[in-house]
Design a protein around this ligand. Structure first.
Ligand code: SF4
Length: 336
């Protein structure tokens, strides 16, 4: 049991969590929307600090990160819990576990042990992923600060619903974030995710301003966020923040509570690529379509192949520095 980092005590009793944009007001012995933070007396505590539910090595491309340490493996950790309720969640068995089972499983692993394991096995980074890392912030923070001291990098794979205060504190250790921008419709966020759009857009701007390397993923769901107009508005937003942000447009498959829709067709993904290109985005990738040419990185200046990928594997990486070997144009990528 560990006291939470970002909250305030309320004069009328209870606490207000300041970690994500739900800003839950929590009375004693009650939990927040994520079900992993509880008010005990006049303190807010995290229930997942010592409950790691997943820890394994993954290619960094699986997160996905295509422009951050390409070709390296990352120690990936998670606890249960999420502040969203996405009907199409692909990790619902752990993200929604506390709500659905009224239990918080996991193994006690200290930040020191996590960093020792990452260093001993030669990982180049630690990924806070699978569920929403914002809700296991204290574990991520303590691990991330130690990891950075040991020369390891840190990344979040997140829904971006964190508060400005949380982002400020994350800057102490976070090197990169892949933010899920699920839609450009507030109604979509409210209806299918239990969230809101504007705080996510705000986080993308703030993470970028904080100098944290940013990639963005959009799961394209047929009939929900696949219309050309929405994809154009979404791409235009990203290009306005920075056209160098890699955009991963990923294929939906029926899962969890959303089993009444077909898989995303290549045509829908191509429509997203067109929207991204017209907005001026430099790097656009397909996701969940193994073997497709749009998984590889091409020079935005001369069009030559730079990093060839198949699925999560890097087959060939021609970059030894962030410069195209053919035209000498600058490439926006963080190499190991
Ligand atoms: S992290 Fe978000 S959902 Fe969880 S208690 Fe805090 S404000 Fe509520």
């Amino acid at each position: 049991m560990k006291e939470a980092y970002l909250y305030e005590k309320l004069p009328e009793g209870g606490v207000r969590c300041q970690l994500c944009s739900h800003y839950c007001r929590i009375q004693p012995n009650r939990r927040g929307i994520c079900h992993v933070r509880e008010c005990r007396g006049d303190r807010l505590v995290t229930l997942v600090y010592d409950r790691v539910v997943s820890m394994q090595g993954d290619p960094i491309e699986k997160k996905p990160f295509f422009h951050f340490l390409p070709g390296t493996d990352s120690l990936s950790i998670a606890t249960v819990g999420c502040n969203f309720r996405c009907e199409f969640c692909q990790n619902y068995s752990i993200s929604q576990y506390p709500q659905e089972h009224n239990d918080i499983p996991g193994t006690p692993v200290t930040p020191e042990e996590i960093v020792d394991i990452a260093a001993a096995r030669g990982f180049r980074s630690i990924s806070y992923t699978y569920t929403e890392p914002t809700v296991f912030f204290e574990l991520a923070y303590d691990t991330g600060v130690l990891a950075r001291r040991r020369g390891l990098r840190n990344n979040f794979v997140s829904n971006g619903f964190m508060t400005p205060r949380a982002i400020e504190k994350m800057s102490d250790f976070l090197d990169a974030a892949n933010i899920d921008l699920k839609s450009f419709s507030d109604e979509f966020y409210r209806k299918y995710c239990g969230g809101r759009l504007e705080p996510v857009l705000d986080s993308i701007r703030r993470l970028h301003e904080a100098g944290i390397w940013l990639e963005v993923t959009t799961l394209v769901i047929p009939g929900l966020n696949s219309e050309a107009d929405e994809l154009h508005r979404l791409a235009a937003f990203l290009a306005d923040v920075d056209p160098r942000i890699p955009w991963h447009v990923s294929a939906f498959h029926p899962d969890y509570h959303m089993t009444d829709r077909p898989r995303t067709s290549i045509r829908h993904l191509e429509q997203a690529v067109t929207a991204g290109q017209e907005a001026g985005l430099r790097y656009i990738y397909f996701g969940n379509t193994p073997g497709h040419r749009s998984e590889s990185t091409f020079c935005p200046h001369c069009g030559q192949l730079l990093v060839e990928r198949r699925g999560f594997a890097v087959i060939k990486n021609r970059l030894v520095k962030p410069v195209c070997p053919d035209c000498r144009g600058e490439i926006d990528i963080i190499l190991d």
